[in-house]
Design a binder for this molecule. Structure first.
Ligand code: NAG
Ligand code: NAG
Length: 391
């Protein structure tokens, strides 16, 4: 009788340890970590104009993440795919549930193999994307294009670009306006400035948007030269979102716990490959005078100030495949002001150590069980016997 009950107790503890570790690591762990994050509050001192409190009410809560790299059929191992996608799905769904953003931006490289995947694989990737990043109607999901979605400049073509734009039913270069805030989305893969057809079309679009925004800013003061037929937006400089960062020499000036590792920080960036070219960056700044730039691509965090007035934030990758401590940005943005904070996801090393501890517990449990049941010697002799048999 006592033997029977001990067996049961051991079985229950065993299942408890294994199941508990699994449930914690795969589901629960996202809650306390994301619960620590909160929407930053707009301080009145910073915005200047919005001191009457109305700016706080009308601020939009935007969540920004980047480089999800959903693995494709060619380069991805099924387990890697399963695990990373589950992690991102849980992290995203938990964040939606706890933080309730009004708008979510993903800054490109949604898919890892959009640049070459066949129609069938593409559809499979898209289906998984929609499942992972499902959201209610209160949240708007806006996706930007990255080089892995349509290929680097030399492999990009109309077919891949339109395939991407069709999935998200939107042009890759446009302005999204929410509560009086202009978010400018830029297809930064097409800014090589070499006159390629896609580049020309994107540039034309950008010039039109720049004119529209200029006219919108003027419309407040009544002077409207050459603004016939332009679309009007709220009169406020845009927040610019793109995949490639604006030109910078390297990540040497970056600090913070998710900056590039010290041995990589001094590697020089290649124009049009790691960052936009100098010319394209200057043109974007001139055309739009953005109050903030958010970009992805480098997979690491960084803050840069261009020309002493245009701040840019590099948003790190959201996938554990690319880093141990992925994160996303929480932005509270009003027409005149904004504040940002960064929300880290659980670290992969934490998850691994929880699993290792659970494994160690099981081992101890097994040993204790052996000793209790048969005595240590007997257990050892059994083990040895087992070994001999297997030899
Ligand atoms: C795509 O977007 C347009 C407007 O931008 C809208 O009229 C149309 O209904 C949308 N199509 C789908 C399938 O959502
Ligand atoms: C909009 O205004 C800026 C200066 O404020 C200017 O540099 C830019 O060229 C203008 N855009 C267009 C399309 O004219």
């Amino acid at each position: 009788m006592p033997r029977f009950s001990v067996k049961w107790v051991v079985a229950v503890v065993l299942i408890g340890v294994v199941g508990g570790a699994f449930f914690f690591c795969e589901y629960l762990i996202y809650f306390p970590t994301i619960l620590k994050c909160a929407w930053p509050k707009i301080s009145h001192a910073r915005g200047g104009e919005g001191t009457d409190g109305h700016s706080v009410d009308s601020a939009v809560r935007a969540m920004v993440l980047s480089d999800t790299h959903l693995l494709g059929a060619v380069g991805g191992h099924w387990f890697d795919k399963l695990r990373r996608e589950w992690q991102m799905e849980r992290a995203f769904q938990t964040a939606l549930w706890l933080l309730r953003p009004e708008i979510v931006f993903i800054l490109g490289d949604i898919f890892d193999e959009g640049k070459w995947s066949s129609q069938k694989h593409w559809e499979d990737d898209v289906r998984r994307f929609h499942r992972m990043f499902r959201h209610s109607a209160d949240t708007e999901l806006v996706v930007l294009v990255g080089n892995h979605d349509i290929g680097f400049h030399y492999e990009m073509d109309w077919f891949k670009l339109q395939r991407f734009e069709k999935v998200f039913n939107a042009s890759s270069t446009r302005i999204v306006t929410k509560k009086g805030v202009n978010f400018l989305l830029v297809n930064s893969v097409a800014l090589h400035g070499d006159g390629c057809p896609i580049c020309q079309s994107v540039e034309k679009e950008l010039i039109k948007l720049s004119r529209d925004l200029n006219c919108s800013l003027q419309s407040g003061s009544g002077v409207m030269d050459g603004c016939e037929g332009s679309q009007l937006y709220p009169p406020t400089p845009p927040i610019m979102l793109q995949h490639y960062p604006l030109y910078r020499v390297s990540d040497a000036g970056c600090t913070g716990q998710d900056a590039a590792p010290p041995e990589e920080r001094h590697l020089l960036f290649r124009e049009k490959y790691d960052v936009l070219s100098k010319e394209a960056s200057q043109r974007l700044l001139q055309w739009f005078k953005p109050r903030l730039i958010l970009s992805g691509h480098t997979h690491s965090g960084c803050e840069v100030l261009h020309d002493n007035k245009y701040p840019e934030i590099s948003v790190p990758s959201f996938s554990w495949r690319n880093r141990n401590n992925p994160s996303f940005i929480l932005a509270t943005v009003s027409p005149s002001s904004y504040t940002l904070s960064k929300c880290f996801l659980p670290e992969e090393s934490t998850v691994i150590s929880v699993y290792c501890s659970a494994g160690a517990c099981l081992l101890l449990l097994f040993l204790a069980h052996c000793m209790w049941m048969k005595g240590l010697l007997q257990c050892l002799s059994l083990c040895l016997l087992g070994k001999h048999k297997s030899l």
